[in-house]
Design a protein around this ligand. Structure first.
Ligand SMILES: [Zn+2]
Length: 469
C-alpha cells in the first residue's frame, strides 16, 4: 500500500517511526559519508517486512532488535527487511542500519533533491523526497518523528540543522550534536556544512542565528534587518514561534529557490541583494515554521496548507510593514490569475503541479476570501487556533475548514469550495471591490503592542523574484 498517493515509491504504510538517531561521519574533501541510523517505532498493521527509503548509499549491516534471523536486501531506492516472524499491529521495533558512500542528489520529477555537495560544503534540500539521499527513512510527511544527529567532520566547517547544537573536539575533528525538541517530517530534516560567519540575533520571543559567507556580511545585515520585526508580527498574528530557535543560512552558491527546513530558512547568495529586494522570500520561509513545519501535512495533496499560507503571510508582512496591503495584493493576483489557464485544483493539484505557482497564489486568495468574510479578529483567531491545535502534528484541508468554521461561527465550506476544489477561478467576491479594509497595522498590530517598523513609507515595488518553496 502506498503511504502517500503523490509519492507512491516513498514510505511504507505499515510503519510509524517515533525516532531517528543518526551518528554520521562526513569528509567534505572527498564527499564521503559513513554512519549508523537507529530507527525506532511501531507497526501500523500486521506485517513480516519493512521497507525504508535509501538512495545512492550502500548498507553494510542491518540489526533488528529481538530478531537475530532478520535479513535484508537493497535496491536502488529501498532497504527491505524480512522479519523472521510476523509482527502485530502496535508492536514496537528498533533497527540499526550501518551504511555509507558518496551522497548526491537524486533526480526526481521535482528536480534534483537531497544531499548536495557545494563548492566548499554541503546543502541538504529534500522537499519532497530527498531525505533518503542521506539517511534511511520512512519518507512521507505524515510520519513525524524525533530526530537526533551526531555529525563528525573537519574542524574548519560550521554545521547547522536548525536545532540547538553542541560542539566538541575529538582526535582533531569536530563532533556536532543536535537534539531538536520537536518531532519533524523527514523532508524538513537538513544539514548545512560550510565556512560560515555567524551573527546571533534576538527574534521576537526567541533567538536566531544567521550563517553566511564572510564576503556577504554587508548585504546580509541589510537584508535581514527586519527579521525581528517580522518575527514579532508573525508571533502576534499566528501564535508563538513553534521551535527553540530560528537559523538562516545563506549559502555561497546561488540557489534556484530558497526553501524551508525545520527551524531554518535556506537562501542562495543570489537571493540577497543588500536592498531588501527579495524580502518577500524571507517572509515566506519564516512563515513556513508555523505553516508546514509545525502544522505539517498529512498528505502531499494538501500542499496548499503550506504554500497558500506562506504566500498569504508574505502579503501580511507587506501590509504590516507599510507596503501594499494584502487586499491590494489579492486584487492584483486575482487579476493576473484571470489571464492564466484555469486547469488546476488547489486541494488536489496532482504531483507534477504540487509546486505550481497557482497553488501558492490561489491558496492565498482562498485565505483572503475567508479573511474578508469573517473579519480580521476572527481570521487571525482562526490562524492562531490552527497553529495551536495542530502544533507539531499533521492536518488536512477538511481539518482546516472544520476549525475555521468552529472558531469564526461562519459557514465557510461553501465559500472555500470553489477556491479550493474547482479548476475555474471563482467570481471575485463583491466585498473585494467595495471599501478597502483598514490596513493591518492600525486594525490589529498596534492594539496588540507591535510597533510598526520605521522607514517604510514607500510601498515596495514587486521585485522580480524567483519562485520559492
Ligand atoms: Zn513555500
Amino acid at each position: 500500500m502506498s503511504a502517500d498517493d503523490y509519492t507512491p515509491h516513498s514510505g511504507d504504510a505499515a510503519l510509524e517511526v517515533s525516532s531517528y538517531d543518526l551518528d554520521l561521519d562526513y569528509k567534505p574533501s572527498t564527499n564521503r559519508l559513513t554512519g549508523t541510523a537507529v530507527i525506532r517505532g511501531s507497526f501500523r498493521q500486521v506485517t513480516r517486512t519493512m521497507s525504508l527509503d535509501l538512495v545512492g548509499l550502500a548498507v553494510s549491516k542491518v540489526k533488528v532488535a529481538g530478531d537475530a534471523r532478520a535479513t535484508f536486501t537493497q535496491s536502488d531506492r529501498k532497504v527491505k527487511i524480512s522479519l523472521s516472524t510476523e509482527c502485530e499491529r502496535g508492536e514496537q521495533f528498533e533497527i540499526t542500519i550501518s551504511y555509507g558512500g558518496s551522497p548526491r542528489p537524486r533526480r526526481t520529477r521535482w528536480g534534483a533533491l537531497g544531499w548536495e555537495e557545494l563548492e566548499d560544503g554541503v546543502l541538504v534540500a529534500s522537499q519532497p523526497t530527498g531525505a533518503a539521499t542521506w539517511f534511511p527513512c520512512n519518507d512521507v510527511p505524515r510520519d513525524k518523528a524525533r530526530h537526533t544527529l551526531v555529525l563528525t567532520t573537519d574542524p574548519l566547517y560550521t554545521v547547522a540543522t536548525g536545532a540547538p547544537a553542541t560542539r566538541r573536539q575529538a582526535k582533531g575533528r569536530s563532533v556536532w550534536t543536535f537534539t531538536p525538541a520537536a518531532p519533524m517530517a523527514t523532508y524538513l530534516s537538513t544539514v548545512q556544512i560550510g565556512r560560515y560567519a555567524r551573527t546571533d540575533v534576538r527574534l521576537g520571543s526567541t533567538t536566531g542565528t544567521i550563517l553566511y559567507p564572510p564576503l556577504l556580511q554587508e548585504r546580509v545585515s541589510r537584508d535581514f534587518a527586519d527579521l525581528d520585526a517580522m518575527m514579532r508580527t508573525y508571533e502576534t498574528l499566528f501564535g508563538p514561534y513553534p521551535f527553540e530557535r530560528y537559523t538562516v543560512v545563506v549559502t555561497p552558491d546561488d540557489l534556484e529557490i530558497p526553501l524551508e527546513a525545520q527551524a531554518m530558512g535556506i537562501f542562495g547568495a543570489n537571493h540577497i541583494d543588500g536592498n531588501g529586494g527579495l524580502e518577500r522570500l524571507i517572509a515566506h520561509e519564516l512563515a513556513h515554521q508555523w505553516f508546514g513545519n509545525s502544522v505539517g501535512l498529512a498528505q502531499w495533496r494538501d500542499i496548499w496548507l503550506n504554500e497558500g499560507f506562506a504566500c498569504y503571510a508574505e502579503w501580511i508582512w507587506s501590509e504590516a510593514s507599510a507596503g501594499p496591503t494584502a487586499h491590494r495584493k489579492a486584487l492584483a493576483h486575482y487579476a493576473r490569475m484571470l489571464t492564466e489557464s484555469q486547469d488546476l485544483v488547489v486541494s488536489d493539484p496532482g504531483p507534477d503541479a504540487m509546486f505550481d505557482d497557482r497553488v501558492y497564489k490561489r491558496g492565498a486568495l482562498a485565505l483572503h476570501a475567508v479573511r474578508v468574510a469573517v473579519g480580521d479578529d476572527a481570521f487571525f483567531a482562526i490562524l492562531r487556533a490552527w497553529t495551536r491545535r495542530f502544533a507539531h502534528a499533521t492536518a488536512t484541508t477538511p481539518d482546516f475548514i472544520a476549525l475555521a468554521e468552529r472558531v469564526s461561527g461562519v459557514a465557510l465550506a461553501e465559500l472555500l469550495h470553489p477556491w479550493l476544489d474547482r479548476p475555474e477561478l471563482p467570481p471575485m467576491p463583491d466585498a473585494w471591490s467595495r471599501d478597502e479594509p483598514a490596513p493591518l497595522t492600525e486594525a490589529i498590530l498596534l492594539p496588540r503592542g507591535i510597533s510598526q517598523p520605521d522607514g517604510r513609507e514607500q510601498p515596495r515595488q514587486g521585485a522580480t523574484a524567483p519562485d520559492q518553496r
